[in-house]
Design a protein around this ligand. Sequence first.
Ligand code: UD1
Ligand code: UDP
Length: 401
Amino acid sequence: MKFVSLKYMVVLGIRPDIINLHPLVRELQRRKCDFTVVHTGQHYSYFFDRLFFEQLNFPKPDYHLKVGSGTQAQQLALLVERFERVLLKEKPNLVFSFSDANPSLSGIVASKMGIKVAHLEAGMRSYDWRMPEEKNRRLMDSIADYLFAPTATTRKNLLDEGIPPHRIFQVGKLIWDVLYEFRHEIDRNEIMEKLSIERKDYFLVTAHRPENVGTITPLRNIMEALGEIRKKYGKRVIFPIHPRSRASIKKFKLKVPPGITLMDPLGFLEFSKLEKNAFCCITDSGTVQEDSCIFRTPCVTMRISTERSETVEVGSNIVAGLNKKHIMEAVDKMVNRKPIWKHPYGQPNSAEKIVGALEKRATEIRSPKVWWDSPRIKRSYSISSYVGRWKNPLMPDCTFD
Ligand code: UD1
Ligand code: UDP
């Protein structure tokens, strides 16, 4: 039989996808794998999208689904309908579904068509069901064929939910790969000179979650807390602001306290440089909690939960809630804590581990999906008996043998 290499499909759609998937794409290129990149188009503004392709030298996507902004249902509906057409045309062996934002749901379409799915950043849990991301994580972890958990905690979360161990791989964090690869470019970046700020002489803030900035009370708390922090510490507060938060400040007629610098979102190199040198990061972002843990910059998370509980466990982060007093208290604690923690993300070789694990399973990936997980049943019905004569009824032209 002629050897045909696996055909992979990488799906991205928002700012952190482009950043985190960079090492994976590099690894696929390094191994000369056959892969296509699909952009769902959920993020499209220059500062959320093209800027990252340019800075990271990320290959141009082969398909663009133009999903854009909309309600959760609108984004999902367009993604499902348009992504199916790409799958029918490309017929990949495996789709990478990254993390927990809406583009990750591309994995559902693939799975329903009998295509194997690898879920990256599997097993993260905030247990906060208000978040669309928590729903996405649970959906993807329950249907993915290969679950790449970043840490021991996330692996345990999956095992506790009954995911069979042979589908779980603990591989570390892609964000650590990318921060390590670009460490010199980050250090050389001149954003601090441009903003006239010194190391440890400013706070860095981001906030974009609808539950925080979509209604007046939490957003007012955040803005007032930032004003108080500015007064108390006499340091500048740099706030590269998400368009949703900027629009809400205007809509709710909130005052921006003096000393708070609002600016458009920054590029990866600029933002990472600011994270590395900040006195403290104050955020509701997921990835910023990880970045600051890696950079040994104290972090305060303005949320009531986190799916990055490891950062709290190692001592780099406090989940403060949205109450002004609690945010201030958490900042006080964090800036007085010695940054001696060790981040829990292992070596910067996560992409290598992911692709390595999949390549080892090439035969299994090419074979049809199995609909059972019990090792006892698996023994009696060997899937190899199907290989060679199995055709996916939903993709009639596509054989997997
Ligand atoms: C999305 C993800 C969130 C992730 C964040 C990363 C989901 C459910 N949410 O949230 O998990 O943390 O991206 O940044 O997938 N907008 C622009 N330009 C753009 C894109 C959006 O101006 O390029 C504005 C639009 O007004 C839009 C709003 O931002 O309605 C929200 O965008 P959306 O992609 O729906 O959600 P995010 O909050 O960015
Ligand atoms: N980031 C950036 N510019 C900014 C803000 C964030 O490049 O102005 C990067 C940051 O380095 C991190 C990622 O974007 O790696 C975080 O993305 P975001 O907070 O939008 O999403 P989340 O991680 O919460 O899904």
